[in-house]
Design a protein around this ligand. Structure first.
Ligand SMILES: NC(=O)c1ccc[n+]([C@@H]2O[C@H](COP(=O)([O-])OP(=O)(O)OC[C@H]3O[C@@H](n4cnc5c(N)ncnc54)[C@H](O)[C@@H]3O)[C@@H](O)[C@H]2O)c1
Length: 335
């Protein structure tokens, strides 16, 4: 059924986020859809010369562009904003609430690819993939050293080992699935989940138990006042000397000084990090000098598949809005 606004025209959807053509076509069956090329400038929509499109829009889909008071002033018919972010920092939520405009996000849009990458980082870390490649490229694999890498880069297998996951949300729960595929036993620490949340797939356990028993610990909690420094000196000391630590969540969840001590003194087997206390990681930072860490430049969520996924979630939200059914990921549900 076509969706018409109060003056009987088809509703207008204005999309300034990168968007999948297939989802735009799905929306065009019911709405007038304007897709403008993303500027990637992160400026107010009011500054992009979209006057007529803003004036007509009932729905805006934006990723980096700011939906601020100035944009709202140019969009009198606006009813819904979909921010293609997990945290809609590009939208003035308060101004939207004052106007009765609903704001939705695209939750979990990068969860699959982030879990893929986190698992890749985990495997690269325990199997020394980056170090082995650096070694091979440096010309050290010679006739005299033909079997040297076999010993030098020997790493543990995953089958039968214990993965400890901090945070069993969108990414953490996908890590559970991946770990099961590798024959691992999985434990999750997440005080917001019931003990039986993962059924027989994973046990929800206390933090100390997880840290003391896991072969590999991987961090997937958001950075909040309750998670900042969640792994401090005491918690890191619980890790076994043969354990690995992976963090593709947020750096500040692990206390920096305590972590550097543990790595410097080789108190765990190794670590893999995609996130850092200060980004970019400064040239010459001590982490670059340690041979027991694998480092990647905050790319866990970097994939064109994220656009496909946020487009699907945004289109679902718009269809739910049009049908008057529940919209997933609404940040101002009181409206
Ligand atoms: N490296 C990257 O490029 C990249 C990409 C995506 C996400 N991330 C990070 O991963 C984090 C997790 O993403 P998500 O989509 O799974 O988030 P999510 O909100 O779906 O899941 C977070 C989980 O953590 C749990 N949690 C909250 N507070 C906790 C606490 N104090 N102790 C233990 N568990 C707690 C929640 O109950 C929830 O189940 C994000 O917040 C982000 O920081 C990084």
């Amino acid at each position: 059924m076509e969706v018409r606004n109060i003056v009987g025209q088809r509703s207008n959807i204005l999309i300034t986020a990168p968007f999948s053509e297939a989802q735009a076509a799905r929306l065009r069956q019911r709405f007038d859809v304007t897709v403008v090329p993303p500027t990637l400038a992160g400026v107010s929509l009011a500054e992009l010369g979209l006057g007529a499109d803003l004036a007509a829009a009932q729905v805006i889909v934006a990723e980096l562009d700011q939906v601020d008071r100035a944009s709202l002033a140019q969009a009198p018919g606006l009813e819904l904003v979909v921010s293609c972010r997990a945290n809609p920092v590009n939208v003035d939520i308060e101004a939207c609430a004052e106007r009765g405009v609903q704001v939705a996000t695209t939750p979990g849009r990068n969860a699959e690819v982030t879990a893929d990458f986190s698992f890749a980082l985990l495997m690269a870390t325990v199997r020394h993939v980056s170090a082995a490649e650096r070694w091979a490229r440096s010309g050290q694999w010679t006739d005299a050293a033909v079997f040297e890498p076999y010993a030098r880069f020997a790493g543990i297998g995953l089958h039968g080992r214990v993965l400890g996951i901090l945070g069993g949300g969108a990414v953490g729960s996908r890590m559970v699935r991946r770990a099961l595929g590798f024959g691992m036993t999985v434990k999750v620490y997440d005080p917001f989940l019931a003990a039986g949340h993962f059924g027989g797939d994973a046990d929800v356990v206390a933090l100390d138990e997880l840290l003391a028993t896991a072969d590999i610990v991987t961090v997937h909690v958001p950075l909040t006042p309750s998670t900042e420094g969640l792994l401090g000196r005491r918690e890191l000391a619980l890790l076994r000397p043969d354990a690995y630590l992976i963090n593709a969540g947020r750096a500040a969840i692990i206390d920096e000084d305590a972590l550097m001590e543990v790595l410097r003194e080789h108190r765990i087997a190794g670590a893999g990090f995609d996130v850092f206390y200060s980004e970019p990681l400064a040239h010459g930072h001590e982490l670059f000098t340690l041979d027991n860490v694998t480092l990647t430049p905050h790319i866990a969520g970097a994939s064109p598949d994220v656009v496909t996924e946020h487009s699907r979630i945004a289109a679902d939200a718009i269809l739910a809005w049009a049908d008057g059914t529940e919209i997933r990921g609404v940040v101002n549900p009181a409206l």
